[in-house]
Design a protein around this ligand. Sequence first.
Ligand code: PEP
Length: 225
Amino acid sequence: MEKLIVANWKMNPGTWQEAEELFGAVKKTGAVICPPFIYLKSLAPYENLGAQDCFYREKGPYTGEISVTMLKDLGCKYIIIGHSERRKYFNETDEDINKKVKTVIEAGLIPIVCVGETEEERENNKTEEILEKEIRDGLDGIDYSKIVIAYEPIWAIGTGNACDIEEAERMKEVIQKMTSKNIKIIYGGSANADNADGYLNQANFDGLLVGGASLKPDEFKRITE
Ligand code: PEP
């Protein structure tokens, strides 16, 4: 099965010129690219475009928000939902996430739903409890065959402290037990060109969600090779 490599540019790289250069350098990888909303229209002919978030209403008085209809119209295929940065800085709850996931599926797009524990939760042996809650509430009533789950231990995101391959694999199996054996699960958290093979081929993840390394064209290309 082909692996799903997703570039999450977050609020990077800065200017449109930098974004255009970065895109030009990585577009041949065929990876899913999730740039800031404002760049989507310019990159729109690209066949594997994704968004970093969406709102669950179709249109109306929701200042600053972007609907799934708008993203679909621009050719987005994937939408990242419930990234830990959205949960942390924008107070997104599992209930919000559930509504967003439903809206994305109804529109025929694929949600990439992020779940994962903080360092403190891991140290207190709460990892499985957290995953269970995020899955129970965030994915209530969802057809698992229509989504991708990104296991993203929060302590590994942007820290350079990636999760051990064996431990990540164990968490993948925990998530499969909570959902379905056939669900697509990708890994995220300081993935890079050196550890990608371990997650993809040793731990058998279905792909990777890549933040920091997706901004470095040479490194990102090696991840996708
Ligand atoms: C992310 O933000 O989804 C992520 C995985 O970031 P990084 O690769 O920088 O840890």
